[in-house]
Design a protein around this ligand. Structure first.
Ligand code: AP5
Length: 216
């Protein structure tokens, strides 16, 4: 199965897709995570992407599409791929269709996780991430057992530079302008399913699994 999980920043895409990938053996592809890794490593790609990410703007299509193209080549042998945060523009959506067609594959389903903006801002500004293993926390909904330390590996937690309230709101505006049109794009192709991203992580997980036709 090839699936896209879309939704505004903070909707819970990363949290949910990681659980799906761990539970069902899908490959989880997140350009946001790949780009942050590239920035951390100081690669050419990271140098080109850094300023856009810090401002909450989209990295140019050409860079992100090439990044995805190389990573899709690694899907051989997996149960399928779940894309988290790609596509975000009509150009990316068209490129994804072409990349899959070249591999004689289809995009089976697009999940649109809906979340009111005020809740998205609360989730983004309260998020903390482990610098070592990347595990996500939230100061209110998922605090670590020991303040500032990761429960899994003990690594230090930090706040993403694009999770300030100002940049979170800028990212949400970019989402409305650039990415929301994909809801109509995929609805017209008959592959869109919308679910609510509200409620606890387990509730959202159950909704997502139902929408994907996965049982536990
Ligand atoms: P990216 O990293 O993809 O950011 P995003 O889409 O803005 O999504 P987030 O990671 O912020 O949120 P999420 O929905 O994954 O929520 P999460 O599960 O973490 O992209 C970052 C940047 O990279 C972009 O701004 C852009 O510059 C660039 N980029 C990436 N992709 C690109 C592309 N295709 N094209 C161009 N540029 C691109 O949850 C958030 C918080 O809420 C966490 O603290 C979590 O613990 C908590 N939480 C999760 N679920 C729940 C719940 N049900 N209840 C309560 N709390 C919850």
């Amino acid at each position: 199965m090839n699936a896209v999980v879309m939704g505004p920043p903070g909707a819970g895409k990363g949290t949910q897709v990681k659980m799906l990938a761990d539970g069902y053996g899908f490959l989880h592809l997140s350009p946001g995570a790949l780009l942050r890794q590239a920035v951390k490593e100081g690669s050419d790609l990271g140098a080109q992407a850094k300023a856009y990410m810090e401002d909450g703007q989209l990295v140019p299509d050409a860079l992100v599409i090439e990044l995805l193209r190389s990573r899709l080549a690694e899907t051989e042998g997996s149960r399928g791929v779940v894309l988290d945060g790609f596509p975000r523009t009509l150009g990316q959506a068209e490129a994804l269709g072409e990349m899959l067609a070249q591999r004689r594959q289809n995009l089976d389903i697009v999940i649109n996780m809906e979340l009111p903006e005020a809740e998205a801002v609360r989730r983004l500004t309260g998020r903390r991430v482990c610098r070592q293993c990347g595990t996500n926390y939230h100061l209110v909904s998922k605090p670590p057992a020991s303040e500032g330390r990761c429960d899994s590996c003990g690594g230090p937690l930090y706040q993403r530079s694009d999770d300030s309230e100002e940049t979170a709101r800028a990212r949400l505006a970019v989402y409305r302008r650039e990415t929301e049109p994909l809801v109509e794009f995929y609805a017209s192709r008959g592959v869109l399913r919308s679910i609510s991203g509200q409620g606890g992580v387990a509730d959202v997980r159950a909704r997502l699994e139902r929408a994907l036709g996965l049982g536990r």
